[in-house]
Design a protein around this ligand. Structure first.
Ligand code: ADP
Length: 214
């Protein structure tokens, strides 16, 4: 709360300011404050999310979820960054009748994190392909990007807290290195696992495996 409340107040103050002074409505600097404030709030939410999961202070509310719907919700919530990067996100061939048993809010966050990374760690125009299929034990969702890739010796540590890879101009992408730690723990709490395959400068594929019966 010590972080969240002042950040929310800044956001509120900026909104009120630009409402009161209409000449500020399209002001670039006001827009910067608004955007950066939003990013910081999102990071704070991530820290709180992970802290809760680690403390066991969470209650998973599991229900039957349509995989197609879940993935579409994640894509919809990232329309702004997708548009900003002029990314092409394809979400085709997801079987309509694919269901999993899980927590809607947390699983949406998991896919948002993976999608957000696919957008962040790509130099060119991002081409992101999201697919889903079943095998005899469960559902596999794959998020494939055409980004900078991950060196093979670092494919394990990126799932640890505060681990980021520093190479090239990658540090220009903002973050604390908490997203994948959250993703891994949350998927494990759903009795699944995450795996990554990647080719440097070509792209990465994150696969989330969720068992059908939990
Ligand atoms: P953050 O994005 O906040 O740094 P994450 O835990 O989500 O934290 O990711 C950890 C690190 O893994 C990132 O800093 C980045 O170096 C690497 N990474 C994650 N996703 C990708 C991706 N799709 N392509 C390339 N590198 C990635």
């Amino acid at each position: 709360h010590e972080f969240r409340t002042p950040l929310s107040n800044i956001g509120l103050a900026v909104s009120m300011l630009s409402k009161k002074h209409t000449e500020l409505k399209d002001n670039q600097l006001v827009e910067v404050i608004r955007r950066e404030n939003k990013k910081l709030l999102q990071e704070v939410e991530r820290v709180l999310h992970l802290a809760k999961v680690e403390n066991g202070d969470y209650a998973l509310e599991k229900e039957q979820l349509s995989v197609e719907h879940l993935l579409q919700t994640a894509v919809d919530s990232l329309v702004m960054p997708i548009a900003e990067r002029q990314a092409n996100v394809s979400l085709e061939d997801i079987p309509h009748d694919l269901y999993i048993w899980g927590d809607k809010q947390h699983l949406t966050s998991v896919f948002c994190n993976l999608l957000d990374n696919a957008l962040k760690y790509t130099k060119e125009r991002p081409l992101i392909h999201i697919s889903a299929k079943t095998d005899e034990q469960g559902v596999i969702v794959a998020i494939q990007d055409n980004g900078i890739g991950i060196p093979s010796h670092q494919r394990e540590i990126i799932f640890e807290k505060f681990q980021r890879i520093h190479q090239g101009d990658q540090h220009s992408a903002k973050g604390f290195g908490l997203g994948l730690a959250y993703v891994k723990r949350m998927i494990e709490l759903h009795k699944g696992f995450v795996r990554v395959s990647s080719e440097e400068n070509r792209g990465s594929k994150f696969e989330v495996y969720l068992p059908t019966v939990l």
